[in-house]
Design a protein around this ligand. Structure first.
Ligand code: 2BA
Length: 108
């Protein structure tokens, strides 16, 4: 089994979760916070068989939009702007996905 951690924007998580459930792909939603923007995002934990990996990634891609936000970065976070208080334009997403191999799955 593969385990995907998909970090998506809150505005996308609902339609993405519905689309996955509709295809019988199990998903667990975890409320998370981006370190840079300090804004809420959602991390989806998705366990899938390898033969459904491409299908799952396609669904994530289809339902994750890229957005540009103007923000003041979190203080202490290194970035390319001289002043930490200066608003900057940041492109977020669509989704950041990590793929892991699962050694074993247990359900009791
Ligand atoms: P945040 O950390 O809040 O980052 C939001 C967006 O800000 C990022 O979008 C990126 O475009 C920008 N950004 C982040 N750090 C930056 C920096 N030091 N200088 C300039 N711009 C910066 P995404 O790359 O699409 O990431 C969206 C969210 O996905 C992130 O929210 C974070 O929660 C997660 N994420 C992305 N890459 C990750 C990684 N390698 N490990 C863990 N979480 C990650």
């Amino acid at each position: 089994m593969k385990l995907l951690f998909a970090i998506v924007q809150n505005d996308d998580q609902k339609s993405l979760t519905y689309a996955l459930i509709e295809k019988n792909i199990s998903v667990t939603r975890i409320a998370s916070t981006g370190g840079f923007l300090r804004g809420g995002n959602t991390t989806l934990m998705i366990g899938v068989e390898p033969n459904r990996l491409d299908e799952t990634l396609a669904i994530i891609s289809e339902h994750s939009r890229r957005r540009t936000v103007v923000t003041v970065p979190a203080s202490g976070i290194p970035h390319n702007i001289d002043s930490a208080a200066m608003p900057m334009s940041v492109t977020v997403g669509g989704a950041t996905v990590f793929e892991l191999d699962v050694a074993q799955t247990y359900k009791y």
